[in-house]
Design a binder for this molecule. Structure first.
Ligand SMILES: *[C@@H]1O[C@H](CO)[C@@H](O)[C@H](O)[C@H]1NC(C)=O
Ligand SMILES: *[C@@H]1O[C@H](CO)[C@@H](O)[C@H](O)[C@H]1NC(C)=O
Ligand SMILES: *[C@@H]1O[C@H](CO)[C@@H](O)[C@H](O)[C@H]1NC(C)=O
Ligand SMILES: *[C@@H]1O[C@H](CO)[C@@H](O)[C@H](O)[C@H]1NC(C)=O
Ligand SMILES: *[C@@H]1O[C@H](CO)[C@@H](O)[C@H](O)[C@H]1NC(C)=O
Ligand SMILES: *[C@@H]1O[C@H](CO)[C@@H](O)[C@H](O)[C@H]1NC(C)=O
Ligand SMILES: *[C@@H]1O[C@H](CO)[C@@H](O)[C@H](O)[C@H]1NC(C)=O
Ligand SMILES: *[C@@H]1O[C@H](CO)[C@@H](O)[C@H](O)[C@H]1NC(C)=O
Ligand SMILES: *[C@@H]1O[C@H](CO)[C@@H](O)[C@H](O)[C@H]1NC(C)=O
Ligand SMILES: *[C@@H]1O[C@H](CO)[C@@H](O)[C@H](O)[C@H]1NC(C)=O
Ligand SMILES: *[C@@H]1O[C@H](CO)[C@@H](O)[C@H](O)[C@H]1NC(C)=O
Ligand SMILES: [Ca+2]
Length: 374
């Protein structure tokens, strides 16, 4: 069967949000065929929601030889209510039916036509047998590729709706869901791929030297507008715990032993600090040097002596220290490749014993220099 379509014209009722076009066939067909024809070429058979629409539709449909058009309202049984196709609306205006209709002739009139002829019955409805042949009255909604940017256009009876993809919003799904600004991390920074922190944006965490990523290294803006996962944090690198010092103790600047913390060592009275008296926790979690040890003066001097030539000096030194031990001295031992020195400090004076030797001549050539400062 060959049908000819006639496009009437696009219509947007100013007083409503309706925005579809009406169309009709210039051939006649039964109700079922008419609906199929509408669905094939347009959206569906005409649905009327109110009197204004009814009047508008009638003004568009032509007054043909047979001015009768199927509309999308039916029932399945004589005692059922009339139901519109689409959303099952049951709207019927006070003056929708023609006089004495619906009369349900022979109890078989389950479809509805609208009259477009001139006169009193123009725009009125009549129940009819569904197998009668009438023109089809159809509508087409306005969905097209550009109706919804990031969503699917849904053709409702009298409007279009954009069903947005996840992560997008707006009447045309044109706006990506935004996440709140990420709080700046302490001791680090974020790098986000896009300028705006919207759906699907991923931000990576970078930590400053001496700090490490504690937990996840990135977050993504989710379709709910929330950042995935907990807040990104940089934690300070920790150095291994310093064991107790024999005959001494240490105290650390931060109370813990993390990056940049400096721990100072002190020896108990009568003991010498051998090595650097302080160590600092570096950015890789390694202490800046070995921790010092506390050695008794005697041991220190015996170790210092190490040879016969040296022992004379050591003895002097040792005796001197012994002699003055009642007084409160603080001592520091310096060592490098070329010389070893002991610094004795007294509240009132500084006595500097400098013991030096050259490696190549050691142990015979030992020069001893005693500087006395007042
Ligand atoms: C349908 O209508 C058009 C325009 O009124 C007319 O030219 C055409 O012949 C009609 N088609 C049939 C099959 O009657
Ligand atoms: C329809 O309703 C009428 C009364 O309103 C009742 O007499 C009749 O039996 C009903 N018919 C059917 C098939 O239910
Ligand atoms: C209309 O009603 C029928 C039958 O009750 C139901 O199957 C259908 O889902 C309804 N359609 C809508 C859009 O509500
Ligand atoms: C059908 O849709 C129209 C327009 O959206 C609305 O006014 C009406 O209430 C709906 N009817 C039902 C039964 O959902
Ligand atoms: C339709 O009829 C009902 C009852 O007769 C009445 O209450 C209502 O106001 C009428 N509506 C209109 C638009 O005339
Ligand atoms: C409508 O016409 C078709 C094709 O002629 C037929 O198969 C169908 O049964 C008819 N439907 C009604 C309700 O008359
Ligand atoms: C697509 O549909 C929208 C309404 O949804 C309309 O504004 C626009 O003009 C249409 N574009 C084209 C190319 O048909
Ligand atoms: C970021 O958002 C602003 C305002 O919301 C917008 O004007 C700008 O174009 C967006 N930039 C990017 C790269 O999406
Ligand atoms: C979100 O990102 C994933 C992975 O980069 C990509 O596959 C997907 O297409 C993106 N989705 C949107 C809506 O941009
Ligand atoms: C790392 O994160 C966990 C859980 O958030 C926390 O319990 C722990 O203390 C953190 N570690 C550091 C070194 O901050
Ligand atoms: C440990 O060190 C870190 C970084 O230096 C500091 O933020 C934190 O408050 C310290 N914790 C304690 C218990 O001292
Ligand atoms: Ca009738």
């Amino acid at each position: 069967m060959k049908w000819t379509l006639i496009l009437i014209f696009g219509s947007c009722l100013a007083e409503t949000t309706l925005c579809w076009t009406y169309h009709y066939s210039n051939e006649t067909m039964n109700w079922t065929q008419a609906r199929e024809w509408c669905q094939k070429y347009f959206t569906d058979m005409v649905v009327i929601q109110n009197q204004a629409e009814n009047d508008y539709l009638v003004s568009i449909l032509p007054q043909k030889n047979s001015p009768y058009f199927w509309i999308g309202i039916t029932r399945n049984h004589m005692n059922e209510s009339w139901i519109w196709i689409g959303n099952n609306s049951t709207w019927i205006g006070n003056n929708s039916w023609a006089p004495n209709e619906p009369n349900n002739v022979h109890a078989t009139e389950f479809c509805v036509e609208i009259y477009t002829n001139t006169g009193q019955n123009r725009g009125k409805w009549n129940d009819e047998k569904c197998n009668k042949l009438k023109h089809a009255a159809c509508f087409k909604t306005q969905c097209n590729e550009s109706s919804c940017e990031r969503g699917r256009c849904q053709e409702a009876i009298n409007s279009i709706t954009c069903l947005c993809e996840r992560g997008f919003k707006g009447d045309r799904c044109q706006t990506a869901v935004e996440c709140p600004p990420l709080p700046e991390p302490y001791n680090g920074y974020h790098s986000c791929l896009e300028g705006n922190q919207t759906f699907n944006t991923t931000c990576r965490l970078k930590c400053d030297p001496g700090f490490f990523i504690n937990g996840s290294s990135f977050v993504t803006c989710e379709d709910t507008g929330d950042w995935s996962g907990p807040r990104l944090t940089c934690a300070a690198v920790e150095c291994p715990p310093l064991p107790q010092t024999y005959n001494g103790y240490h105290s650390c600047s931060a109370g813990n032993q993390t990056f940049k913390t400096t721990c100072h060592f002190k020896c108990d009275p009568g003991f010498l600090v051998i090595g650097s008296p302080a160590v600092t926790c570096g950015e890789t979690g390694v202490w800046s040097g070995p921790r010092p040890i506390c050695t008794s003066y005697k041991q220190a001097l015996l170790a210092l002596a190490g040879c016969g030539a040296f022992s004379t000096f050591c003895c002097i030194c040792f005796c001197c220290i012994k002699h003055r031990q009642s007084q409160s001295f603080s001592t520091t031992l310096y060592r490098n490749k070329r010389f070893t020195a002991i610094l004795l400090q007294h509240p009132s004076k500084v006595i500097h014993f400098s013991v030096s030797h050259r490696k190549e001549t050691f142990p015979r050539k030992v020069s001893v220099e005693i500087i006395r400062l007042s």
